[in-house]
Design a protein around this ligand. Sequence first.
Ligand SMILES: [Cu+2]
Length: 232
Amino acid sequence: MTTSARLFLAGAVSVAALLAADNATISGKIVFKGAKPVMRPLTMDATPACAKQHAKPMLSEEAVIAADGSLKNVFIYVKAGLPAKTWPVTAQAVTVDQVGCVYNPHVIGVMAGQDVKFTNNDPTSHNVHPLPKINNEWNQSQAPKGEPIVRKFNKPEIGLLVKCNLHPWMRVYVNVVENPFHAVSAADGTFTISGLPAGDYKLAAWHERFGTQEIKVKVPAGGKGTANINFK
Ligand SMILES: [Cu+2]
């Protein structure tokens, strides 16, 4: 074998070892048990430009629960158990669109220092206004279909409420964490966190109305862990 072939193989082996070290996955499903709260319709009558974008009144997203109890918009993150290191900030921005005078998505997760991009696809102005407890407060107006607002939140903070000063029903929750291992439950309640090293983890699951649940999950290298979480 030539020297270059040996170097090539050594490189391939170390890349494979690195991939194997960080390819564990935790997935699960979030379910709400009990009597489902009734969601009120969002009243947009004062702003026809918003109201006329909805064929029927939109319901508050304070609790989005499917018929089978699947709970959407729960933020799940690794709270403890990761190796002590600084994780590189995810380069890609997380986009929050404003369309129909509603923030979409309603809940996001980002890393501290990661870009959050607020876009306006409405024919009306908005004013993006985070109300943090730990990060810095700011507010910024945005013209109809105006330039995106790109900002970072630099400190970890769960459940950071962002409102619109012009439309009081608009709200999005930004969850800021220090690692890339987080997810938001889908309409069917499921979530997946991948790219994890093997470990003994504590996950936290946060919901704007139902609070926080914690669960312990053990995942072997390259393996899968399951974290099914119930709220009530
Ligand atoms: Cu608005």
